[in-house]
Design a protein around this ligand. Structure first.
Ligand code: ZN
Length: 178
């Protein structure tokens, strides 16, 4: 039975570390961590989580896009474990979009990200995969990838004026949708 893990928050020095790559994906410890992250991101209603957020400083993330209020057209996908990823190429173009982070409760930021990225990574079976990601899914990936380098979305906003509270964010989103 998968375990719900504690999520560490901004200020914990582990979130500022560089995450190590994973050598032995088939190890029980790694497979259990993947299962626990899948359960944890689902329980937290997140669209993504990176292992450093549960104090495991390894290059493992879950990308789990699904429609939400801000991105009604976000693709619904089977939550995808991504291990030791690299960005092979990206669009010149960046677009700003709203993000939150399970490690920064109560704050949202309007963050510029590449619109299209091409990545390679290992899946949970240790098999190499290549993939193109666009828009919201590419945004999730770039956010989680930053966690591997100790970067939080707060570091990516162009101005502090692009930061809002959760409450104001929801008020703004509701008025935009109407
Ligand atoms: Zn985050």
């Amino acid at each position: 039975m998968a375990e719900i893990l504690d999520i560490i928050e901004l200020g914990d020095p582990i979130l500022r570390e560089k995450a190590r790559s994973i050598a032995h994906i088939q190890d029980d410890r790694v497979q259990t961590l993947i299962d626990n992250l899948l359960a944890t991101v689902q329980k937290a209603n997140g669209v993504g989580i990176a292992a450093p957020q549960v104090a495991e400083s390894y290059q493992l993330m879950i990308v789990a896009s699904r429609p939400n209020l801000r991105y009604p057209n976000a693709p619904t996908m089977e939550p995808m474990p991504i291990i030791n990823p690299r960005i092979l190429a990206h669009s010149d173009e960046t677009i700003k979009g709203w993000e939150g982070c399970l490690s920064i409760p109560g704050i949202r930021g309007n963050v510029p990200r590449y619109q299209v990225i091409e990545i390679e990574f290992l899946d949970r079976f240790g098999k190499p995969q290549k993939m193109e990601m666009t828009d919201f899914v590419a945004r999730i990936f770039q956010h989680e990838f930053d966690h591997f380098n100790g970067i939080m979305f707060l570091d990516r906003v162009e101005s502090n004026h692009d930061l809002v509270t959760e409450k104001e964010y929801h008020r703004m989103i509701v008025s935009t949708i109407k």
